[in-house]
Design a protein around this ligand. Structure first.
Ligand SMILES: Cc1cc2nc3c(=O)[nH]c(=O)nc-3n(C[C@H](O)[C@H](O)[C@H](O)COP(=O)(O)OP(=O)(O)OC[C@H]3O[C@@H](n4cnc5c(N)ncnc54)[C@H](O)[C@@H]3O)c2cc1C
Length: 131
């Protein structure tokens, strides 16, 4: 039956001793892990907004002939909606993650404190005009 995985690039800033720091090394390792998970018959949630990884995942899924009931894409609400719509239009399953409940603000703030680089992305998303 296999295991149910969520595969993502960690958001927290970690020391070099325990984490890949180079952008391409992180991507390469994501793809290596994805291949291993899929080849072993597991279910995987691809939790990324990185177009490079989404394109490469498409290629790998095709190459390994993986059926659609073995994976889904996952994104955070409000992030890369263009990509989210593309995945949906391409006929793949896409799940949107929404923080909710009474502690949503503390949770979101803690995540931002861990990686202040993301604040810029979020401010940009907030002020982007959409029809
Ligand atoms: C459902 C889900 C659950 C996750 N759970 C965890 C977890 O438990 N622990 C953990 O460490 N990581 C978790 N992550 C990963 C984390 O939230 C970031 O998505 C990840 O670290 C950034 O890598 P990326 O591949 O998404 O995008 P990147 O390649 O880093 O960025 C691509 C683009 O996406 C946008 N973007 C990416 N992330 C965010 C964000 N958070 N807010 C606003 N814009 C963003 C930016 O515009 C950026 O230019 C989760 C992701 C998802 C989708």
């Amino acid at each position: 039956m296999g295991t149910n995985y969520r595969l993502c690039k960690g958001i927290y800033i970690e020391p070099e001793a325990i984490a890949y720091k180079d952008k391409q090394a992180i991507r390469d390792n994501f793809m290596k892990a994805l291949e291993e998970i899929l080849k072993n018959g597991n279910y995987v949630g691809l939790a990324t907004h990185d177009k490079y990884l989404i394109d490469d995942s498409y290629k790998l899924i095709k190459e390994l002939n993986i059926s659609k009931d073995k994976f889904e894409f996952q994104m955070l609400l409000g992030v890369r909606e263009d990509l989210r719509n593309k995945i949906n239009n391409d006929g793949f399953k896409i799940i949107i993650y929404v923080p909710f409940g009474k502690d949503w603000y503390a949770y979101s703030f803690r995540r931002l404190q861990e990686n202040p680089e993301l604040t810029g992305h979020i401010v940009k998303e907030f002020f982007t005009f959409r029809k």
